[in-house]
Ligand binder design. Structure first.
Ligand SMILES: N=CN[C@@H](CCC(=O)O)C(=O)O
Ligand SMILES: [Zn+2]
Length: 425
């Protein structure tokens, strides 16, 4: 455990994202990054103590330089640690066979309706014990860290029995304790109607509401409750019931909305005041407007559209309509088996019409708000957690321009250097 202060010096650009801690950043403000040139940052006891130019910090810490671990960021870009607000991190197995099927013309929903897709991963996850799930998910977390990500949301939803949902959430909790990355847990018992309830989906909805939600809440295993609102999965009416029941138990609402077909998911999110609605590839104009007015964050997942060979959500239109937008990998074994948040930012620019500044805002401060952590992480400001990513590029535009490359050089988590020169420390 390194208790030394960390002093990051001489960054060619230090992107603070300051000023967005109280509420998500919207509209033109998504382009305001609060950049400091020749920037410098002092972290002590896990928190950011001072941010400014190198001259300012030199004057302030002149007598204490010898105490600190000094990181020379000259020629480099310094940003808040990236935040991933939508993942299905904890699961077992892999679905490369389905990728091949989709390349040969099968659709995502056809595969799922034939017992593959989420059902295949559910079978693998049910069969796995805690240790196996922990080991497989830890590998993904290590890779997230190597891509500059310091906080990850993780959903259950591949158990679909009380026992197996709890198992996933327990593993997420164990990973949160064992790994430098912080994990924020979401219960997603309503990820699919399991095969054994195929002929009585309402009975499964009752099970989620009456047995799973109370137990998850009692054991404080999750902070959010999510549902896959999609034709052939859960209807808007079922989704509303599940999300409202979650709120009764103190679990904040999230929703997988309008991913494959328009299904009034964005409208539902706005009407119940969800924290976020995610996917939104097929969200209606009315739904977008309603979300903007209700302050629901749109978590966009351009890697999923890319991997499913579908048209991306219209991030440009959503930002212009005043919606707060965050972005995420959607890391999962079926529709987005990636851990590269930087690649997702690249796709945000290339496929959703977002600017390099907007995608950085979406992957930091707005992503933090999407998991109710806007006051603690997502920007480099005095008092915030010492989570920092250093990229080996001179500025934030180059990070998007040189796409598909992992430019991460250093990651500091709560004031401890956890990635050095692109390797786990
Ligand atoms: N769309 C629903 N759930 C996941 C995919 C899960 C899976 O295919 O295993 C998603 O967000 O893309
Ligand atoms: Zn998802």
């Amino acid at each position: 455990m390194n208790n030394k202060p960390v002093w990051i010096r001489r960054a060619s650009q230090l992107v603070t994202l300051a000023g967005g801690s109280a509420a998500p950043v919207t509209g033109k403000r998504m382009n305001e990054l609060g950049i400091i040139e020749n920037g410098s940052l002092w972290i002590e006891n896990g928190r950011i103590e001072m941010v400014g130019t190198d001259e300012e910090l030199q004057a302030a810490y002149k007598g204490r330089a010898h105490e600190a671990e000094v990181i020379d960021a000259s020629g480099k870009l310094v940003t808040p640690g990236l935040v991933d607000p939508h993942t299905h991190l904890v699961h077992a197995g892999s679905r490369q066979n389905e990728f091949n099927m989709r390349l040969n013309g099968a659709t995502y929903m056809e595969i799922m309706n034939n017992g593959g897709g989420i059902h295949a991963t559910t079978a693998a996850t049910r069969a796995a014990d805690h240790a196996t799930l922990f080991a497989e998910s830890k590998k993904r977390l290590d890779q997230f860290l190597l891509h500059g990500v310091t906080t990850v949301e993780a959903k259950s939803g591949y158990g679909l029995t009380l026992e197996d949902e709890i198992k996933q959430l327990e593993v997420a909790q164990q990973l949160d304790q064992a790994h430098p990355i912080d994990i924020v847990s979401t219960f997603m018992g309503a990820h699919a109607v399991p095969r054994e309830y195929k002929h009585d989906p309402d009975a499964f909805v009752e099970l989620v509401i009456r047995k799973m939600l109370p137990e998850v809440a009692r054991r404080k295993l999750a902070e959010f409750n999510d549902v896959f609102c999609e034709r052939g999965v859960f209807t808007p009416e079922q989704s509303r019931r599940i999300l409202e029941a979650g709120v009764e138990y103190g679990l904040k609402a999230k929703i997988h909305a309008d991913e494959i077909e328009p299904y009034e998911g964005a409208e539902l999110a706005a009407s119940i005041g969800a924290v976020s609605a995610d996917h939104l590839l097929r969200a209606s104009d009315k739904g977008i407007q309603m979300m903007a007015e209700a302050g629901v964050i749109g978590v966009l997942l351009p890697g999923t559209a890319f991997f499913l060979m579908a048209e991306s959500a219209n991030g440009r239109k959503m930002i212009d309509a005043g919606m707060a937008v965050a972005i995420s990998t959607d890391c999962n074994p079926g529709s987005s088996p990636t851990v590269s948040t930087p690649l997702i930012m690249n796709l945000g620019c290339l496929k959703m019409g977002m600017t390099p500044a907007e995608v950085l805002t979406a992957a930091t401060i707005n992503a933090a708000h999407a998991i109710s952590r806007g006051g603690q992480i997502g920007s480099l400001e005095q008092g915030k957690q010492g989570d920092v990513t250093i990229f080996d590029v001179p500025d934030y535009m180059t990070l998007q321009y040189r796409y598909g490359i992992n430019h991460v050089h250093t990651v500091v988590k709560k004031g401890i250097t956890v990635v050095k020169e692109g390797r786990l420390a």
